[in-house]
Design a protein around this ligand. Structure first.
Ligand SMILES: NC(=O)c1ccc[n+]([C@@H]2O[C@H](COP(=O)([O-])OP(=O)(O)OC[C@H]3O[C@@H](n4cnc5c(N)ncnc54)[C@H](O)[C@@H]3O)[C@@H](O)[C@H]2O)c1
Length: 426
């Protein structure tokens, strides 16, 4: 049996500690967490306690960890959006392979610079486009490549964010402001851009986009509402009420999902008491109509690919469930996919429907439809093989980021057609 790959985690927050590190517990023969950095001592304490990382391998920032000699095979970069590029460039210089959270950067120039650096240093950079590693999308991609629907003509995809998830992350939370994180289309949808480009099977040549922040602003506050949900007289009729979202909602409240996400974003150790305290005093108890958010709450994109495939994409805050759906059409049939049901419905023209039920997701593949752990298996295999070209290698990932950035240029300019050369000047 080969030795496990070693990882150093830069940013021991939700993704670093709750999505990727647990792979080391589930598959100790494949991965070992040997070092970590975070500016919050509590997160480092959790890292030490859960993974036995020694004190001298815990660092108080990305900078101090990167000042040390190389500590592991791979650096997992799971700091917030605007703190990816700095540690990523430095870690490549030090000889680390990277598991890099998306978005790489909200600047086209920085995305391209990272691509150049990765090639120069000959290191693997696996960007966390976790959807590629789901059975759902990998099966769909295989079906298209096998010609199941003939020549691919169109792709129509939708990201259903879910009203409570949007309120949590994009109105009250970490991704509510562009200047502190990135435009919503990058933060939420660079996965979707990556999947669309992968399914299309060729590079994107032009995009056009519409979208705005339509609903979560003060002019839409119901009469009688307060600045904080716990003080609000009309909260009973409001689905965005923080108390519902964090305490009683079946999809997100602690009474149903336990002390996990999204409650663990408000406090390190969620209990009803600690969540109520956070709602009383912190950002997550604010009325959704009285926050300092500015990112779009719905957006559409039209895309054309070099091989003639056309695609449309919609992302909306205003959905009941949190999932993705897709419909592809080809000259000989169409396929409808529902990631929540984990099913693909294949229609070959004139023939009975075929349903591919991708089955209940296995426990160890939990997270993003199985993608989180699927990606970790892939990463371990890649490093073990000595290859640097991953399924979500840096070239493909930069391309999908540039698609998102082109869409953003178009959205800001009222839907102007933007050619990809405008953003990819490398
Ligand atoms: N791939 C996916 O599907 C997916 C899903 C959700 C989030 N994300 C991305 O993952 C990233 C992390 O998100 P999160 O929810 O884990 O955020 P988080 O805020 O929970 O975690 C970030 C951690 O970085 C720490 N940190 C801040 N400054 C630091 C520094 N200088 N050095 C070291 N650590 C520092 C913070 O204290 C925090 O613990 C974001 O960029 C987000 O967009 C990706």
């Amino acid at each position: 049996m080969s030795k496990p790959i070693t990882v150093a985690i830069c940013g021991c927050g939700n993704r670093g500690l709750e999505a990727y590190a647990p792979f080391a517990k589930a598959f100790p023969d494949k991965m070992k967490v040997v070092a970590g950095a975070d500016i919050k001592p509590e997160r480092l304490r959790m890292l030490r306690e859960r993974y036995g990382v020694p004190e001298d391998m815990c660092f108080d920032s990305d900078l101090s960890m990167l000042a040390a000699p190389r500590l592991a095979d791979v650096m997992v970069i799971s700091t917030q959006d605007q703190l990816h590029i700095r540690p990523a460039m430095a870690a490549l210089e030090k000889g680390y392979h990277l598991l890099l959270e998306k978005p790489i950067s909200a600047s086209a120039e920085e995305c391209v610079a990272l691509r150049e650096k990765a090639h120069q240093c000959k290191r693997a950079v696996v960007v966390c486009h976790v959807l590629r590693y789901t059975q759902f999308y990998s099966t769909l991609e295989r079906l298209l490549r096998e010609g199941t629907v003939g020549r691919l003509e169109t792709i129509d995809a939708m990201e259903h964010v879910a009203y409570w998830h949007f309120a949590h992350s994009y109105v009250r939370g970490n991704w509510r402001r562009e200047d502190e994180s990135s435009p919503m289309i990058l933060a939420k949808c660079c996965h979707d851009m990556d999947i669309l480009r992968w399914l299309a099977g060729d590079r994107c040549v032009s995009v056009q986009s519409f979208g705005s922040l339509d609903y979560f602003k003060s002019e839409n506050a119901p009469e009688g509402s307060a600045l904080r949900c716990l003080d609000c007289a009309v909260k009973d009729a409001c689905p965005y009420d923080a108390e519902k979202i964090y305490i009683t909602n079946e999809a997100s409240g602690i009474r149903h999902v336990g002390p996990r996400w999204p409650g663990n974003v408000l406090v390190d150790h969620p209990t009803e008491e600690s969540l109520y305290e956070a709602m009383r005093t912190g950002p997550y108890g604010r009325c959704v109509f009285h926050c300092d958010n500015d990112v779009a709450d719905r957006q559409t994109i039209n895309m054309e690919f070099a091989n003639g495939v056309l695609a449309t994409f919609t992302v909306s805050a205003f959905t009941e469930r949190c999932y993705r759906s897709v419909k592809v059409t080809g000259t000989m049939g169409d396929i409808v996919g529902d990631l929540d049901a984990n099913r693909l419905f294949i229609h070959r023209f004139g023939e009975p429907e075929e349903v591919i039920d991708l089955g209940l997701l296995q426990e160890e593949y939990a997270g993003h439809g199985g993608g989180d752990f699927g990606m970790m298996h892939y990463l371990c295999g890649l490093i073990e093989s000595g290859s640097v070209e991953g399924l979500t290698g840096i070239d493909a990932s930069v391309e999908s980021h540039l698609m998102g950035l082109a869409a953003e240029v178009s959205r800001r300019e009222g839907g102007r057609l933007v050619k990809m050369e405008e953003v990819d000047r490398a």
